[in-house]
Design a protein around this ligand. Structure first.
Ligand code: NAD
Ligand code: DAU
Length: 349
């Protein structure tokens, strides 16, 4: 891998991944980050990278829905590997406005695959980052394995499922060297505060209500974002082509428990002046339509084949995450006020 195209590199996981491979992994090639900077893409997530790695890092504001633009990028930068993060990623938004999910997640992935196919001789890897939500919902027992049938329940997960199928089809039909990863819920630095954990941290700090959907007993399998990045890099270097790998944190938790832990941690770190508990802010609200009850990943395959296991426990990961949001008040402020969007407009029009 000499010229690695990373899509969606200015979002939550993509920016953590770029930080990881440039700062920690020893990767010597060039990273071409293609991101069209939606509300979820924030150049500030990569502050310092352009300066520290000016020979290795290039940012291009471009849209994966634009086949011509992506074709030019493959050509101009001699792309020989792809790690594809770019997506509309928020389930609630997909319920309100599914259109962008179809266009970016399905058509955008198709465009990237087509460009990779055109340059097939030089493409050594197309890695597709996907989600455990493609498998639908579990009952009280059992785990998602790589053999679990797809059964997506939201427009978001259906669009990701479609993109996974396209990637697999390009391997079977054209022999494109692909790998796919299906990961559970991530949390950590730079996550946009529409997702459960950062939303609860920031609302709790401001004394705002903490909206818990339904009875709060839905279960997710939480993974610290750096552990996800390490797993993706392992798959990219050592995974078998044409294979999918499940990635999970072995950290099943009910939503309500997560929110209580955030409240308790914050109460310890910054005791409320009136000695009340932030748990009092918890407010049960109307459930998400089609809300999946439980996700849990069996990550035996990646663990046996590639020796990957998560480093962080939920207890260590959540402390680091809360501390990160406390230490990055300027980032938080610019995201909350939308000021980062003004900066993008000034910079890129
Ligand atoms: P995110 O919403 O934080 O970031 C998405 C990035 O993609 C943003 O920078 C955005 O600007 C960019 N993007 C969106 N549409 C684009 C387009 N048309 N062209 C170019 N760039 C575009 O998402 P995330 O949480 O970092 O997720 C990244 C990937 O990982 C997604 O594919 C998601 O499905 C998958 N995933 C996420 C999680 C999770 O818990 N967050 C778990 C498993 C898998
Ligand atoms: O499982 C992987 C998926 O995890 C990724 O593919 C998605 O991109 C990512 O957004 C995430 O999806 P979820 O829907 O699980 O994440 P979210 O943070 O939106 O919600 C987590 C759980 O918390 C879910 O059961 C809904 C609940 N929730 C969420 C919000 C935002 C609440 O109870 N209240 C809230 O305000």
């Amino acid at each position: 891998m000499q010229n690695l195209l990373i899509t969606g590199g200015s979002g939550f996981i993509g920016s953590n991944f770029i930080q990881y491979i440039l700062r920690d992994s020893g990767f010597q090639g060039r990273v071409v980050n293609v991101d069209n900077l939606t509300y979820a893409g924030n150049p500030e997530n990569l502050t310092g990278i352009e300066d520290a790695f000016h020979n290795q890092y290039i940012f291009i504001r471009s849209d994966i829905r634009d086949l011509g633009a992506i074709r030019d990028i493959f050509q101009e930068f001699d792309i020989d590997a792809v790690c594809h993060f770019a997506a509309e990623s928020h389930v609630d938004r997909s319920i309100m406005e599914p259109d962008a999910f179809i266009q970016t997640n399905i058509v955008g992935t198709f465009n990237l695959l087509e460009c990779a196919r055109i340059h097939q001789g030089q493409i050594t890897l197309f890695h597709h980052v996907s989600t455990d939500e493609v498998f639908g919902s579990l009952g009280e027992t059992g785990f998602f394995t790589e053999a679990t049938a797809y059964s997506p329940n939201s427009p978001y997960s259906a669009s990701k499922a479609a993109s996974d199928h396209l990637v697999r089809a390009y391997f079977k039909t054209y022999g494109l060297p692909v790998t796919i990863s299906n990961c559970s819920n991530n949390y950590g630095p730079y996550q946009f505060p529409e997702k459960l954990i950062p939303l609860m941290i920031l609302n709790a700090l401001e004394g705002k209500p903490l909206p818990v959907y339904g009875d709060g007993k839905n279960i997710r399998d939480w993974l610290y974002v750096k552990d996800h990045c390490i797993a993706i890099w392992e798959i990219m270097r050592h995974g078998r082509k044409g294979e999918t790998y499940n990635i999970g944190g072995r950290n099943e938790m009910e939503n309500i428990r997560i929110v209580e832990m955030i409240c308790d941690n914050l109460d310890q770190m910054i005791p409320p002046e009136d000695r009340s508990s932030r748990r009092e802010l918890i407010t049960f609200v109307k459930d998400r339509p089609g809300h999946d009850r439980r996700y849990a990943i069996d990550c035996t395959k990646i663990s046996n084949e590639l020796g990957w296991t998560p480093v962080e426990t939920f207890e260590t990961g959540i402390c680091k995450t809360i501390q990160w949001y406390l230490d990055h008040t300027e980032w938080v402020e610019r995201v909350k006020t939308g000021e980062y969007q003004n900066w993008i407009k000034k910079q890129y029009g």
